[in-house]
Design a protein around this ligand. Structure first.
Ligand SMILES: C[S@@+](CC[C@H](N)C(=O)[O-])C[C@H]1O[C@@H](n2cnc3c(N)ncnc32)[C@H](O)[C@@H]1O
Length: 256
């Protein structure tokens, strides 16, 4: 898949970073020596982790060069490593492993989560947040537009890029035998955005990537037009003229 685009991703930096702030605030650890941000992106979540643990060695991990270069410019004294979180293994255990908005792009959670827990020090914490929005109009809409257009064959595999989250309880069953404490919650954020076009822009930075990459520029333009028409119906204007993007997210904290 083509590289992520840090500039596009950061268009909604404040809204996208709020879950990282909420997640890091709940990590039940006062001090840490080594903290790791998996899928660190442009460094927005890494910065929050570093601020919470100012004494700690901080490591960021990502597969995207554009994201890593942006993160390095933002935090020149932090170590950023190009690696895939599915196979990457830390040289030394970490006190905190943060994975904010990345594991939904990685399959095989039944082996991935234990793999991550095994890299924690005794008493260390895994803190993960994943969008749980595949049934929201944004994602139902992109699948429908993909299936109903002349590009249907090209986009037959686009949905497979995202991992369908299993039932929430299955994370508890998976983690509780391996962890001293498991804390799970789900929050729906309601982001006021200017118009349906802003919802399209948000999705271009993340969820739409696998749907746009296989298309040529003309097809991309036609796809985005059809998608925006759907969202205009699904996201009516609110009292102030804006639209409200409901965005459910699943939070998991496991302490070893
Ligand atoms: C939605 S961004 C999240 C960025 C940041 N953590 C945040 O909280 O906003 C997802 C990031 O995960 C990275 N990513 C996706 N799959 C990955 C993988 N298998 N291993 C490492 N990074 C991955 C992408 O390159 C991207 O930077």
């Amino acid at each position: 898949m083509a590289d992520w685009n840090a500039r596009l991703y950061l268009t909604f930096e404040d809204e996208r970073t709020r879950p990282a702030r909420d997640l890091v605030a709940q990590i039940p650890l006062e001090a840490a020596r080594r903290v790791v941000d998996l899928g660190c992106g442009p460094g927005n979540s890494t910065e929050i982790l570093a601020n919470r643990y100012p004494e700690a060695e901080v490591i960021g991990v990502d597969t995207s060069l554009d994201m890593l270069n942006t993160a390095r410019r933002r935090m020149p004294h932090t170590t950023f490593i190009e690696a895939d979180v599915a196979t990457f293994r830390l040289a030394q255990p970490a006190d905190v492993i943060l994975a904010n908005a990345v594991l939904q792009w990685v399959p095989g959670h039944a082996t991935l989560f234990p793999h991550l827990l095994s890299q924690l020090s005794e008493g260390g914490v895994l803190a993960a947040q994943m969008p749980d929005n595949l049934n929201e109009p944004t994602h139902v809409g992109m699948r429908r537009v993909a299936a109903e257009g002349p590009w249907a064959d090209k986009l037959a595999q686009a949905s497979a890029a995202r991992t369908v989250l299993p039932p929430t309880e299955s994370y508890y069953d998976l983690l509780s035998p391996l962890a001293a404490k498991v804390d799970i919650w789900r929050t729906t954020y309601h982001h006021p955005l200017n118009d349906p076009a802003a919802v399209v822009e948000w999705m271009k930075g993340t969820g739409l990537r696998p749907f746009l990459e296989p298309l040529d520029p003309d097809e991309q333009a036609a796809f985005l037009e059809a998608y925006k028409a759907r969202l205009t119906q699904d996201y009516p204007r609110r009292a102030d003229g804006k639209v409200l993007l409901a965005f459910p997210r699943l939070f998991i904290i496991a302490r070893r």
